[in-house]
Design a binder for this molecule. Structure first.
Ligand code: RAM
Length: 342
């Protein structure tokens, strides 16, 4: 699988084999190390915004940043990139995982080599990384989306989910948590008829949306917890001659502004966090791991620049994480304030 690596500064030398891990002499408060960020896939503006935030922080403190993005959102492509990064001897790796299990052995190898390993946006097994930078509380994301499904359907009827890839840890965690919210009495008249996967690709997501419309004529809502999927589904619905189907989900204001405005808006409102801040937090965590301020254990506290002080928590599965921020709700009223930012 071909992968694309965007290199900065010193990394150019690393990629051409001009230096190795033994030369990266880093002492406390010395951020001259090499900090890698591996996104889920290229061509996704959300991933680019995260990478932007990561790079800003690393470069602010004088570190060297390398951003890697596979062509497709699949684990195999990330494994290849991770193996490259290990052999180049980077100091730190932050990865948004395309699979909960498949990256484990390569990440364990990285940690055995002394590389600091964290996940961001989408986790792996807790034993294969030091800490997860979680964009928002998983239960809160699930409940917020379920409440939106409830409100838009009027509390009963058919709804479906358009997800990213079927292996993505974050997507599956949100869907699992939504299923458990659905068991509550309030949601008994709602019927989840299908879950389809558009792989965070525009064309595939559009096709899956069209299939849902065709297969379920009584569908009321499609819940789309992926930025690529939400924009694609919005485009399909906006192109329909007449449809009562609405979408809700997690989206980028920059891609959704035309779809939340007006009486006929296909997406009355949607949610996200700030992906640039998420990338910035991932960088602060990478720096704190490298500096030795934290190891990834529950209760540890670290400084995240102007974002403040954060504490590592353990989630209900005992996996450690840093929860970055509450969700932001976007609608016709406030989207103008956000659409130029991300
Ligand atoms: C997509 C990706 C990402 C997810 C966002 C909401 O861009 O699937 O992992 O967190 O949407």
């Amino acid at each position: 699988m071909k992968s694309r690596i965007i290199a900065f500064g010193l990394i150019v030398m690393l990629l051409t084999g001009c230096t190795d891990s033994g030369e990266a002499a880093v002492t406390v408060d010395d951020f001259s190390g090499v900090y890698a960020f591996v996104s889920k896939s290229e061509g996704n503006a959300y991933n680019d915004r995260m990478a932007q935030g990561f790079q800003e922080v690393i470069e602010e403190v004088g570190g060297n940043c390398v951003i890697c993005s596979p062509e497709e959102a699949i684990a195999e492509a990330q494994i290849e990139i991770l193996q490259d990064l290990i052999s180049q001897g980077v100091d730190s790796i932050a990865v948004a995982a395309n699979d909960e299990d498949a990256l484990n052995s390569v990440l364990l190898e990285a940690m055995e080599e002394g590389i600091c390993v964290s996940t961001v946006d989408s986790d792996v097994n807790a034993s294969a990384r030091q800490v997860f930078v979680n964009q928002a509380d998983t239960g809160e994301v699930a409940r917020t989306l379920m409440e939106a499904v409830y409100e838009i359907t009027g509390g009963s009827g058919q709804w479906a989910i358009l997800s990213a890839s079927s292996q993505a840890t974050n997507q599956n965690a949100w869907i699992r948590a939504m299923r458990s919210v659905m068991e509550e009495e309030t949601y008994q008249d709602l019927r989840l008829v299908d879950i389809v996967y558009g792989n965070d690709e525009t064309e595939a997501s559009k096709e899956k949306t069209e299939e849902l419309l065709e297969n379920y004529p009584d569908l009321k809502v499609i819940c789309v917890p992926t930025t690529m999927g939400l924009a694609a589904a919005a485009e399909v619905l906006a192109g329909q001659e007449s449809t009562d189907v609405k979408i809700i989900g997690l989206g980028l204001p920059s891609t959704m502004s035309t779809y939340v405005r007006g009486d006929e808006a296909v997406c009355p409102y949607f949610y996200l966090w700030n992906p640039i801040e998420l990338g910035r937090m991932s960088a602060y965590v990478s720096l704190a791991l490298k500096e030795g301020t934290i190891t990834g254990a529950e209760g540890e506290i670290f400084g995240a620049g102007d974002m403040g002080s954060f504490q590592i928590q353990a989630n209900e599965d005992e996996a450690t994480e840093v929860v970055v921020a509450p969700l932001i709700r976007f609608d016709a009223e406030n989207i103008g304030e956000w659409e130029t930012l991300f």
